[in-house]
Design a protein around this ligand. Structure first.
Ligand code: MN
Length: 288
């Protein structure tokens, strides 16, 4: 099932070029009192929501996918966890390019770096646009498979990792190149893109065998397969959960393959991940 959030926080099922408005399924989420529990409550209650969606789908109003404004399909993740260097060819291109390396010592292996976090406030959906904060500096696209955590867990074994995944999505880890910390260069508003929808794990199959392609203005920039991940999806979930308790709706961006490069206002990034989805994201400047 492909599930989107659209317009004014409506809930949709995506079927081809059509969106079924199943917003009434959100009524199964229990009302909350302050303070809200940690974790995205739509994802935390997803089994019940999904059951209600199935009952509503046949009679649901139908809209054209092209006519709705897609929001990030997870509204309230507690964190966006990111693998900084997780494809060998991306490590090599980073060491070879002074504009990426910026005088730092050689980038080595993900185990030397650990994971990093992007601010949840940086998150947008494919109905928005990436607004470059420093249009005079180099800002790169990084297409990444996004893993959506379905249930709370800590110290999750690799063998058990998939049971914690509810869905997958496309992620863009937008990045200003420079010397500052990752959380400063990668966490500006709109620098985390998620969507266009969630594709439930049962439809995706093996997440460690998916093609990824990113085109800018029709030209292929990134083309790879998640089989080249240094730490695969299972290892990343396990490793992240040693450090952080994972909550429903938490997002793991699994790292970008080779082919990163700059975008400028006016560009369109066409993003594709096999079995997950495809979407176009526009680039603009924050300053109009
Ligand atoms: Mn990245």
């Amino acid at each position: 099932m492909k599930i989107c959030r659209f317009n004014d926080n409506c809930l949709g099922v995506v079927e081809g070029d059509t969106v079924l408005d199943v917003s009434a399924a959100l009524d199964v989420i229990p009302p909350m009192r302050y303070p809200a529990p940690l974790g995205d409550q739509f994802i935390a209650h997803f089994p019940a929501v999904r059951e209600r969606i199935a009952a509503l789908a046949a009679g649901a109003p139908r809209l054209a996918l092209a006519q709705v404004k897609l929001l990030a399909p997870v509204g309230n993740p507690t964190k966006i966890i990111n693998a900084p260097i997780n494809y060998v060819k991306h490590i090599n291109e980073s060491n070879a390019d002074p504009n990426i390396k910026h005088g730092r010592t050689n980038i080595t292996h993900i185990s030397d770096w650990g994971l990093f976090l992007k601010a949840t406030s940086s998150l947008v959906g494919f109905g928005a646009e990436v607004q470059l904060l420093y249009p005079d500096r180099r800002n790169d696209h990084e297409l990444e498979l996004a893993v959506i955590i379905g249930k709370q867990g800590r110290n999750i074994a690799e063998a058990d990792a998939r049971s914690h995944v509810v869905a997958y999505s496309l992620g863009l880890d937008m990045t200003t190149r420079g010397k500052e910390l990752l959380s400063w260069r990668k966490s500006a508003d709109t620098y985390a893109v998620l969507g266009p929808w969630l594709t439930t794990a049962d439809e995706v199959g093996d997440p460690n065998k998916l093609d990824l392609v990113l085109k800018v203005n029709g030209e292929v920039r990134q083309s790879a397969n998640t089989s080249d991940l240094v730490y695969n999806v299972d290892k990343l979930i396990s490793w992240a959960s040693e450090k952080y308790t994972l909550y429903p709706g938490d997002i793991i961006l699994t790292g970008t393959p080779e082919g990163v490069g700059p975008v400028v206002p006016g560009d369109v990034m066409d993003c594709y991940i096999e079995n997950v989805g495809r979407g176009a994201m526009r680039v603009a400047s924050r300053y109009g």
